[in-house]
Design a protein. Structure first.
Length: 434
């Protein structure tokens, strides 16, 4: 997590100040719940809430932790400095450190998910706008990097929209998965704390009580969350890779916006490099790097160990902050992306008419020619287009076998571009559902 790839709202969620504020709220709500059921005096619970406006001193907490070697104890000691030792004596009663740490971590993940959901909404809006704008902008589709058949730029944007829409649904499920809290005490048995305390704290923080938590919240929940972030990052890379290919000099069907005063190379003034989408490819790798450690965190010793702790201190902020930045950057790229329709047509016509080969093949089989013979008839003409850049239609019209089967009008009819775009509206209706 470095400033270059960070946005302030997401960074704030993972700041020490925010973490300690959440810890405080957990402890204060727990005291309030204990007072509600008569476990501790009401005045002690009220005293804890007097620290509500306190700005917790991170440096002071670090100073105490240097002695205690325990971050939660350091925080509780600092809290008592504000509340008063006698007034704070019931704070954390019956609780264990994981009650605070795990519940806080999930609060941070939920708040992060809310920002990421907003990010995806913004990206979806940009993709939809560009899809509609270029619904009928014809370009050649490619398989294996080779010209295949015509498609449209609108369909390219639409398929990315559909993918990101699936990611939005996944993220909402992942948010729900980690929206749990645990205030169940050592080994999770509630031996020293009433389950009502957990219910109250979770309600106040917008969480659901973890059904069974041992001493930690089960890490399969977090594995799903970070795996979902990994899938989203792969989708970002999918879009970025397409744009990078489109911006290649010999393709140039689309490109990142190049702003006034921008420089592409320190050595070559002519360069316009796809730096943003290349950057997104790298950021996607960073987010995915959190997935395997999160999966490995699922297996813990007995009711608790802390092998997961160091991992989550890193991957929690890093993955969320990086993905937030990446989604915002991709939205900007899509929103301002340059599209070159004429270059798309020029590229398709580099091998004139060749993209119609399948339609001719099918027509020949429908005219009574065996598939094997039809394939051979089409391919022998197609290869001349590859080798000599001749016009595919002209070659077919000069091929006596083809003309005998289809007739000249039958050959010419197979080169109607509208044949390949006739179902674009149907696809759009399926994707955008409006």
């Amino acid at each position: 997590m470095i400033p270059r790839y960070s946005r302030p709202d997401m960074v704030a969620i993972w700041s020490p100040e925010s973490k300690f504020r959440i810890w405080y709220e957990i402890e204060a709500h727990a005291c309030e719940a204990m007072a509600n059921i008569g476990v501790i005096p009401r005045e002690n619970a009220d005293a804890v809430w007097k620290a509500k406006e306190v700005e917790f001193d991170v440096a002071r907490i670090d100073e105490i932790e240097a002695v205690t070697k325990h971050d939660v104890i350091a925080f509780l000691t600092h809290l008592a400095e504000h509340v008063g030792s006698d007034e704070a004596r019931f704070v954390h009663q019956g609780m264990t450190s994981s009650d605070v740490l795990d519940t806080c971590f999930n609060v941070q993940l939920v708040r992060s998910a809310d920002i990421l959901i907003e990010d995806l909404d913004g990206l979806l809006a940009a993709l939809k706008r560009r899809a509609i704008e270029h619904k009928d902008t014809v370009r050649v589709g490619r398989s294996h990097g080779i010209h295949a058949e015509p498609t449209t730029m609108g369909l390219t944007f639409a398929r990315f929209y559909a993918e990101m829409d699936r990611n939005l649904a996944r993220l909402k499920l992942a948010r729900e998965e980690v929206a749990t809290g645990a205030i169940s005490g050592a080994v999770g048995t509630f031996a020293n704390i009433d389950p009502a305390i957990e219910e109250h704290v979770c309600e106040q923080l917008g969480l659901s009580p973890e059904p069974i938590s041992t001493q930690v919240i089960p890490r399969d929940r977090h594995a799903m969350f970070f795996a979902t972030l990994g899938v989203i990052s792969s989708s970002i890379e999918n879009v970025a890779t397409e744009i990078r290919h489109m911006q290649r000099t010999e393709v140039l069907e689309g490109a990142e916006f190049f702003s006034m005063g921008q420089k592409g190379s320190s050595a070559m003034p002519h360069k316009k490099n796809p730096v943003l989408t290349e950057n997104l490819t790298g950021l996607a790798r960073l987010v995915r790097s959190a997935v395997v450690p999160a999966l490995e965190n699922v297996a813990l010793w007995h009711e608790r160990d802390i092998s997961h702790s160091s991992v989550e201190r890193a991957i929690g902020p890093d993955a969320c902050v990086t993905l937030d930045f990446a989604l915002a950057r991709l939205t900007g790229v899509v929103d301002k992306m340059l599209v070159y329709p004429q270059n798309m047509l020029d590229n398709m016509n580099k091998f004139p008419g060749l993209v119609m080969s399948q339609r001719v093949l099918l027509a020949l089989t429908q005219a009574g020619v065996s598939r094997e013979d039809a394939y051979s008839m089409v391919q022998r003409n197609a290869l001349k287009v590859w080798e000599e850049r001749l016009d595919f239609r002209d070659l077919l019209l000069a091929d006596a076998d083809v003309v005998a089967a289809l007739g000249e009008d039958g050959v010419n009819e197979k080169f109607d571009m509208g044949y390949h775009t006739k179902h674009v509206d149907t696809i759009f209706a399926r994707v955008f559902k409006d």
